[in-house]
Design a protein around this ligand. Structure first.
Ligand SMILES: NC(=O)c1ccc[n+]([C@@H]2O[C@H](COP(=O)([O-])OP(=O)(O)OC[C@H]3O[C@@H](n4cnc5c(N)ncnc54)[C@H](OP(=O)(O)O)[C@@H]3O)[C@@H](O)[C@H]2O)c1
Length: 324
């Protein structure tokens, strides 16, 4: 027996029930993890509201956590009881104890504590694939980052700067602007008041950006396209303002033979090789200090409703960690 935050139906932030659930023993290929820190992600909101489907009700939401191996199922090699581990993009994280396929786990380096790990596995591996795979950032590239002071956003700003990019961050308030600047943004656009594409043209002397990393979706999609240079890439990877409306690919031609991609971390971690490549690069930049992980909010996991409200109402910055 353990406690978990479950939803019994989709709904608003009050949909969670903190209740006792059955867990384990681990099946073949699985381990049970005693979780000490759970990451909050915007995808948890999409699942809670029903924008993204959940497989069955009641459902334990949450995709990212860290903790210690508590018990080990048959056929698992390379992990021992007590090992510190973490994961991202595996549903079922809002729990004190959970069983999980062992091949989804990464053993944590000594230098990375569990709260930091829970704050960065999903968000940091997302930043990795965005910067290395969706569009491979080159030194000198001007790049545009939406929600630059958010969880993924602060990691992206620092990592893009580390790769030599000129970082233009879009944020919702002056306070967030300051935070984006101290985390690597060379220029900041207050996109609630300013015209994104016009400001980008001003900053880039008319050229436009090589790539727009757009997690805001509906509200910024067209501005992202208009901010790109010829052959530029729009990576639309989230829907914080709502899903992007259907559009005609024909619009991409006159705007400069543009590219649009809509990736998910699920594909980018689908094999052990893809997963470990992303995790190793992430551990490296965190361990060498190129990227600092900001845990700017913590809540008891039993109070996850409040955390969801704060994230949804744009009141958080950086990463949020829930304590089981
Ligand atoms: N496709 C993938 O593989 C993948 C993986 C991870 C995350 N994501 C996406 O990346 C985004 C960031 O995730 P996160 O967990 O780090 O969240 P987050 O960025 O910390 O929070 C979302 C931010 O979006 C901005 N926003 C703009 N319009 C909004 C609106 N109408 N309602 C709410 N927020 C709005 C807000 O910042 P401002 O106030 O500064 O505008 C808000 O703080 C999410 O869209 C998520 O779905 C995608």
């Amino acid at each position: 027996m353990t406690y978990a935050a479950r939803i019994h139906a989709t709904g608003d932030a009050d949909a969670f029930v903190w209740e006792r659930v059955e867990t384990g023993p681990p099946g073949p290929g699985e381990v049970c993890v005693r979780q000490t820190a759970v990451g909050l992600n915007y995808i948890d909101i999409y699942m809670r509201t029903g924008l993204y489907p959940v497989s069955a009700m009641p459902a334990v939401l949450g995709m990212e956590a860290a903790g210690m191996v508590d018990s080990i199922g048959d056929g698992v090699a390379g992990l021992e009881i007590g090992d510190r581990v973490a994961y991202g993009m595996v549903p079922g994280a809002y729990a004190q104890l959970r069983c999980i396929a062992a091949d989804k786990l990464l053993r944590l380096p000594d230098a990375i504590d569990e709260r930091t790990a829970a704050a960065m596995m999903l968000k940091g591996m997302t930043a990795h694939y965005l910067l290395y795979r969706s569009y491979r950032v080159q030194p000198g590239d001007p790049v545009l980052i939406m929600a630059a002071a958010g969880g993924v956003g602060l990691i992206l700003c620092q990592w893009a700067r580390h790769l030599g990019a000129t970082v233009i961050g879009c944020v919702g308030s002056e306070g967030k602007a300051e935070l984006a600047r101290t985390n690597g943004a060379d220029h900041v656009i207050l996109y609630r008041h300013e015209d994104i594409a016009a400001r980008v043209r001003e900053i880039t002397a008319g050229e436009g950006v090589a790539v727009s990393y757009d997690s805001v979706g509906q509200a910024t999609f067209n501005a992202s396209l208009d901010a790109l240079r010829p052959f530029g890439v729009l990576v639309t990877y989230g829907n914080a303002s709502g899903p992007v409306e259907p559009f005609s690919p024909a619009v991409l031609a006159p705007k400069g033979s543009l590219y649009v991609t809509r990736p998910t971390l699920a594909t980018h971690t689908a094999t052990r090789a893809l997963l470990t490549e992303g995790a190793e690069r992430l551990f490296e930049v965190v361990e060498n200090g190129a990227v600092a992980i900001s845990v700017n909010q913590t809540y008891p996991l039993s109070d996850v409703s409040r955390a969801h409200r704060d994230l949804e109402e744009r009141n958080t910055t950086g990463s949020t960690v829930l304590i089981p």
